[in-house]
Design a protein. Structure first.
Length: 1004
């Protein structure tokens, strides 16, 4: 069974050409936006705000002195993000020392905040005296001093946080709101009721990772709605306070791939909130999140709207936030209006610019998407905002627009537009932001303003606080420029209505433009248009049978390859490289077909298949470039009358033996490297996955590899592999697989007479992740689940051993247990599947036996449920063990071993080194110097800090280990090709025939 056909997209393709999208947004805007009038309105606001600067302790003031782009601003942000959640004093001290140590808080400020700069500088300078210089032991006096410094820093960050959070509980927040309303009313000399100030409460926290998290958020939202309803201060959702909710907080799998679960589990949960909100007749708005959930959010909104139409047809308070930075924003507005009209509802739409811009750009680059789903120029976002505003106002019969922005120019333009049309609307700002501008705006008492008011404890506000720090500190942001008096008012209020001539950020395909290499294009699986070809390919694929080679076939192939080596080696380097580039391009064009084969033959999930084909494409292109850059003849210096050159060429017949877990990428990488260096290649794929290999060999032949330079020899390792390695004509072996087989190959080669044959071996590892108590548990658990369980743990880079600091171990372990419960184990051809089967019956039995042993010897943390009857499924599982040394074996499956640690992290890395393997290591810490110290001490090939530890990218993270994990050089790295080459130094005495003509002619 394959994935059901994807639902029809409501919105256009997200990766349309930005400038074309802009051109259509601009149509009609010039007639509707009177920008010079907006400037006339906004200029006095800006002037008034600048005349009454924020107090010195306010975030704006701090970030003016230390913008996020400076080391100091960055240090502040890092501390703000992590310090409050660190449970133990040692780590808190190390973190504070690490961050404060990096910064020079003595900015030579000549501005109005010179005072602040010098006060902070001397305070921090003094504080630093008490902090240890490195992440190590400090004396008692230093420790006592350091604790005081840390306590003061914690307090300072709490104060910063308080600026953006209205209260720790809904009760406290409502009290603050009442006080603010009263103060505002008295300033306006109006009664409290019509002071024009409304609130929308938001319950803070990270997105849910477990069902328990989601239930906690649900209860907290419910509690807040009841409290708001009970204290309702005005009639109707426009005038009363309301609530904002995040769907990712209510369901840990709020993802496009989990559409069915979203419908079955999330919708009823949101309905539980809608019922009391509708009964109380208050505004409930669904916040906007990342772009890969945009279509899904509309499905949710649509389904809930039709239910509301039946149950609460009179309610006018249901709302959705729309992000203008999306290239599809205008169509989102149209779609929301259509949904409202169909259901005869009047809905509320909060128009924002968007909070995840940096994340959207990074995701698109990582996945190699066809473009960005968001605009790449700030003023394009502004244009889109105005175009969406116009559309919202035009749909006033079904939409109540809520314009959320702190940008004075945007606010003035919107108010102008709305007033010209006589439309009802409100403005919105975030608590702690844009206060100055809105103080001015609200002199016009006809303009209603709602404050988005986060509620939560210190621990919950950190992620939110960082967002606000970024917004206040980023150079592109209006609020930052407003507080910077060096920015001229005309520049601050410059019209956005002139689209740029080119995009602001080169597309993901150009990520490696500096090296001249084209990045492979990926697939956005959340986009139906991009996913459909994959679904069709999977449905149409049948795995062909590949004939096994006989010993005679091996002999004949080796003879042929031996003959074929000389002409191929003599083929100019540029031609060999061109063949690889053609192969890479052909593979890119046939990506869906290869994905279909990978799903069916290797039982990989769709996401893994796409990543694997991309890796193979990247290998072809990268090695082509590397060959041309590194394998050319080099002229060497020497005495006059002599020429010296270094030539690199192929060694002969290279035997490439690859594994089943990356039957395309590793196969392609080995073969492409060997070929481009001038070798002929005997390629032996894994017994389980010959069809993918055969298809790729056909593709290489079509791309121009001569038939005598490449042979596929499928068969058991014990016979075919062994015969190839033992063959006298074998000039080199490249192997990826288990350490045990690598040893066997090594011994066979050592026993051979004749030339000593090089072996490149890439083997397994007991890969660890070290987590200290400054790490964010949610991020840790995301990285752990991806690293340990994705691909059913069948990656050589996969996480096997999680070493977590005792200070946060209980929380992390609890979250891993909950996250395991949410994994979807089943048929890999289904989009919803997170974890597919293991490769074969042997693997299934071996892993099952290990799990059975662990059940008896270790403490079970948790395991994923398995509802599917698909064969060879192993439930991802985690166990706790007492010591690192208890993990003695690499288990190639979805099994995680967890160990707690305390004390010095150096002892942990020493124990990991002692295991003897050295492939991948994960480090999760906010202490930068600690991450570097651990990485330096690790005898490990690939170290990943604060992310998952799988999915090495060609040319970006060259891959391969040391010790028991392999010989090197690293695949996908700059030193790889040399190992496939023989070298020749060619020295010619150019003075031999009669003398040194060049010297005498003065050509030296
Ligand atoms: C009440 C309220 C509720 C909000 N709710 C949400 C929500 O649910 N979901 C959400 O995502 N956001 C939400 N936001 C928006 C967000 O958090 C920011 O506050 C907002 O984007 C800042 O916009 P601005 O008009 O005040 O500032 P401006 O400085 O005028 O604009 C900043 C915007 O420009 C974008 N930008 C920066 N550089 C570029 C570039 N090179 N190319 C393109 N765009 C760029 C930024 O991402 C940001 O969106 C909300 C904002 C408010 C005020």
């Amino acid at each position: 069974m394959s994935s059901p056909p994807p639902p029809t997209a409501r919105l256009p393709y997200p990766y349309r050409e930005e400038l074309m999208v802009l051109a259509s947004l601009m149509q009609g805007l010039a007639d509707n936006v009177d920008w010079p009038a907006a400037v006339r309105t906004a200029r006095p606001w800006v002037q008034a705000v600048r005349d009454k600067p924020a107090p010195f302790w306010a975030m704006e003031s701090l970030l003016r002195e230390y913008p996020i782009s400076s080391a100091e601003g960055l240090a502040l942000m890092r501390l703000a993000e992590a310090l409050l959640r660190v449970p133990d004093a040692e780590t808190a001290i190390a973190l504070t020392a690490d961050q404060l140590g990096k910064a020079e808080f003595d900015a030579a400020s000549g501005g109005p905040h010179k005072m602040l700069a010098s006060i902070s500088a001397s305070a921090i300078g003094l504080s630093k005296k008490f902090l240890p210089e490195s992440d190590g032991d400090a004396g008692l006096f230093k420790r006592l001093g350091a604790q005081t410094v840390v306590a003061a820093t914690v307090r300072a960050i709490q104060l910063l946080g308080r600026q953006f959070v209205l209260g720790r509980s809904i009760k406290e927040a409502m009290g603050e709101a009442a006080a603010a309303r009263k103060a505002h009313a008295s300033a306006q000399r109006s009664s409290v009721g019509d002071s024009g100030l409304r609130f929308s409460y938001d319950m803070l926290g990270e997105g849910a990772r477990t069902e328990a998290d989601a239930q906690r958020y649900l209860a907290s939202y419910l509690n807040a709605i009841h409290a708001i309803a009970a204290a309702k201060n005005a009639a109707g959702p426009e005038a009363a306070d309301g609530i904002s909710i995040k769907l990712s907080a209510l369901f840990s799998r709020y993802e496009d791939a989990q559409r069915e679960r979203v419908v079955n589990e999330l919708l009823p949960r949101v309905w539980q909130l809608i019922e009391p909100a509708a009964r109380a007749d208050i505004n409930l708005t669904i916040d906007a999140e990342e772009s890969d959930r945009l279509e899904l959010s509309l499905d949710v909104f649509d389904a809930l709207s039709s239910r509301i139409a039946a149950a609460f047809p009179q309610w006018r308070g249901f709302g959705l936030a729309v992000q203008a930075y999306q290239t599809r924003a205008l169509q989102v507005v149209d779609e929301v209006a259509r949904i409202a009209r169909t259901n005869q509802l009047r809905v509320m739409v909060r128009l924002v610019k968007g909070a995840y811009w940096d994340g959207e750009i990074k995701r698109a680059q990582e996945l190699g998407l066809a473009g960005y789903p968001v605009f790449t120029h700030k003023h394009h976002t502004d244009i889109s905002y105005l175009a969406c505003a116009r559309a919202l106002i035009a749909n006033a019969d079904v939409i109540y627009p809520q314009f959320a922005t702190h940008n004075a120019g945007t606010i003035a333009a919107i108010i102008g537009m709305a007033q010209a049309k006589g439309a009802a609307y409100e403005m919105q700002r975030l608590h702690g932001m844009g206060e100055g501008v809105y103080r001015e705006v609200m002199h016009d008492t006809t303009i209603p303003v709602r404050v988005y008011a986060p509620v939560g404890e210190h621990r919950d506000l950190l992620a939110y606080l960082v967002r606000r720090l970024l917004e206040n500190g980023a150079n592109s942001s209006f609020v930052h420029q407003l507080s910077d008096h060096a920015v001229d008012v005309d520049a601050l209020l410059a019209s956005p209505l002139t689209p740029a001539a080119a995009v602001g950020i080169a597309p993901p395909a150009a990520l490696y433009a500096a090296t001249g290499r084209v990045n492979s294009t990926g697939v956005d699986l959340a986009c139906t248009e991009e996913r459909a070809p994959l679904d069709r390919a999977v449905a149409a694929t049948a795995v062909p049978t590949v004939a096994e080679a006989s010993p005679a076939d091996v002999d004949a192939a080796m003879a042929r390859l031996h003959r074929g080596f000389t002409p191929w080696n003599a083929t100019p380097l540029a031609e060999r490289a061109a063949v690889l580039r053609r192969a890479g391009d052909a593979l890119a064009a046939r990506l869906p077909e290869f994905c279909g084969l990978l799903v069916k033959e290797a039982h990989k999930t769709l996401g893994d298949c796409v990543a694997e084909v991309r890796e193979a494409i990247d290998f072809c292109r990268y090695y082509a470039d590397q060959a041309e850059a590194r394998l050319q003849t080099q002229a060497l210096p020497g005495p006059t009358g002599e020429s010296n050159e270094l030539h690199l060429h192929g060694r002969g017949v290279f035997v490439c033996i690859s594994p089943w877990n990356f039957p395309l990428a590793i196969f392609a990488g080995q073969v492409a490297a060997a070929l481009v260096a001038g070798n002929s290649v005997a390629a032996k794929p894994a017994e389980q996955t010959p069809a993918v290999a055969q298809r790729f060999v056909e593709l290489l032949l079509q791309a121009g590899v001569p038939a005598d330079a490449l042979a596929l020899l499928h068969g058991p390792g014990e016979t075919i592999g062994a015969a190839l390695v033992a063959d006298a004509r074998t000039a080199g072996v490249c192997f990826t697989g288990s350490t045990a087989v690598a040893r066997l190959i090594n011994r066979t080669l050592a026993l051979k007479d004749g030339p000593i044959v090089p072996l490149i071996a890439e083997t397994g590892g007991i890969n660890a992740m070290i987590v200290d108590s400054s790490a964010l548990p949610e991020q840790v658990v995301d990285a752990v689940v991806q690293s340990a369980f994705r691909s059913a743990g069948q990656r050589c880079s996969a996480l096997r051993l999680l070493c977590v600091h005792e200070g946060i171990a209980d929380a992390v372990i609890e979250m891993i247990r909950g996250a395991l419960q949410e994994l979807n184990v089943g048929d890999p051809s289904l989009l919803a599947t997170d974890v597919g089967p293991v490769i074969d019956a042997d693997a299934f039995e071996g892993i099952s036996a290990h799990i059975a042993r662990l059940r008896a010897q270790a403490t079970l943390i948790g395991e994923a449920p398995v509802g599917s009857t698909f064969p060879r499924l192993i439930a991802p599982v985690a166990f706790e063990l007492p010591r690192i040394a208890d993990v003695t074996q690499e288990i190639f499956g979805p099994v995680l071993h967890v160990v707690r640690w305390g004390g010095d992290v150096s002892a942990v890395i020493a124990q990991i080194n002692a295991l003897g393997y050295g492939l991948t290591l994960g480090i999760q810490t906010r202490i930068d110097s600690r991450a570097l110290r651990v990485a330096a001490a690790a005898r490990i090939g690939n170290v990943y800090v604060n992310r998952n530890m799988i999915g090495a990218v060609v040319g970006v993270q060259p891959f391969g280990g040391e010790g028991l994990s392999g010989t090197g050089p690293k695949a996908g790295g700059p030193h790889y090709l040399y190992r496939f080459c023989a070298e020749q130094a060619l020295t010619i005495n150019t003075a031999a025939a009669g003398g040194n003509a060049a010297l005498l002619a003065g050509l030296h």
